[in-house]
Design a protein around this ligand. Sequence first.
Ligand SMILES: Cc1cc2nc3c(=O)[nH]c(=O)nc-3n(C[C@H](O)[C@H](O)[C@H](O)COP(=O)(O)OP(=O)(O)OC[C@H]3O[C@@H](n4cnc5c(N)ncnc54)[C@H](O)[C@@H]3O)c2cc1C
Length: 512
Amino acid sequence: MPETRVVVVGAGVAGLSCAAELAHAGMQVTLCESAPSVGGKMRTLHVDGAAIDAGPTVMTMRWVFDALFTRCGQRLGDAVTLQPLAVLARHFWGDGSTLDLFADRRASEDAVGRFAGAAEARRFAAFCRQAAQVYRALEAPYIRAAAPSMAQLTQSMGWQGLASLTRIGPMRSLMSSLQRQLHHPKLQQLFGRYATYCGSSPWQAPATLMLIAEVEMQGVWAVQGGMAALAEALAALATSQGVDLRCATAVQRIELTGGRVSGVRLQDGSHLEADAVVFNGDPNALRQGLLGEPARAAVERTPPPRSLSAVTWAVHTATAGVALDRHNVFFDDDYASEFEAIFGTGTLPPKPTVYLCAQDRGVGKDPAPGQAERALCLVNAPARGDWPGWQEEDWQTCEDHTMKLLQRCGLRWQPQPHQMQRCTPVTFHQRFAASGGALYGQATHGWMAAFGRPGASSPIAGLFLAGGSVHPGPGVPMAALSGRQAAAALMASPALTKRCHPVATSGGTLTH
Ligand SMILES: Cc1cc2nc3c(=O)[nH]c(=O)nc-3n(C[C@H](O)[C@H](O)[C@H](O)COP(=O)(O)OP(=O)(O)OC[C@H]3O[C@@H](n4cnc5c(N)ncnc54)[C@H](O)[C@@H]3O)c2cc1C
């Protein structure tokens, strides 16, 4: 298909992956990114002279990237250095209790036994087995597949997969399922947090999201040089396949001629002709007409409920008081109130859970006492970055709650203003157009939500969608998979195939 010209709009992980796949298949691909650098939400902030990962920090499902690099004739291991983490995450509570989860399941079981008793350790082991079954049931027919309907999913899952889902009660919420499986409220809280990986509330997300426990237990990696190094590696892969990568190049409009895609208009007024366009921004931008009136038809009119946003602090300072690992979670004592505030009243939670990524730790090079270290602190927030009513004092109050919880859990640090950079839903909304600051697309609320995300193909001929807001959902590897799905849908598109002229090949076979 060398004569097929494709413009990919956005160099997030999905846009980069999609562009590499299409160029590898021989298409002429131009990748336009409005920001000065690639990666989208995978981005670095420079604070007090330190480069801090300010987007995703938990790298899972490395097989997605291994497979992408292999398909393109390269090795992921040659492009980035990934180090498996022995401790998946360290959890802290205000009463001084802590619990580590390990890559080694047995070690996790022992830790849970010490934390909550032998009977709970057995229940935890059963929970892990169930999470693994749910993952196995859904990996091929849902995660790796083009957006399936419920009927297609049940058909392709087979009786074993169906049995696994039936056992957990797929219509149950994640929290209600956890309450049946685990007795200790702190463990329910800890595993309920997996719903937030999809930007959702544990009380509204479906029980199937327990599969994230299995995903983490399959491995969490630290990327040397930060997640931005992964984005750079994907960009290098794409350009090595022939992608024309243009940063600081915003697409203003997707052009249609006769109802099908004919190109894009750039912000500088120039025009790129294309047979197909892959859009990697938030689908809400299409819905709101930011890419032109005709492209609005690519997505349903009614906006779905937004997922979580966040308030984050990229920090460079010394820490003391508690032994941090790389991934740390600090829990308050009223977990439900966090989600009632965010999804109920649309306000910042008075008792937020705090995630702290201590980016210099976990890979054998922990900072010396008193030495400044790099950290990203994150609390969940409502995706209302487009609401004009926010005041500075709202963010300040949120910061006070966050710092107080960290202090109560034993962390001692005193970052000075020049050692800290804050991002809010407003910042994220400004950076990711029309998102309201939602970082994970639409909320996965209700058991049908997984079928509500747009798929790779849109109703507009030649226009395809990729990204964390699209099937199979948010997260770095999932967005990369959506890029692959968009590439596959584009290559299989009858509208594009028809545009190729019939060619007589030697041997007399007439092909397209
Ligand atoms: C603070 C934070 C923490 C997170 N933590 C994790 C984590 O630990 N693990 C994990 O797996 N995931 C995490 N996520 C989610 C993960 O980052 C996202 O799901 C994923 O990166 C989304 O990728 P994407 O392909 O959808 O593109 P995005 O990253 O959303 O990028 C889209 C790109 O398109 C560009 N674009 C949009 N419109 C245009 C236009 N008109 N013209 C040109 N360019 C355009 C944008 O500038 C942007 O660069 C986190 C996200 C954030 C922000």
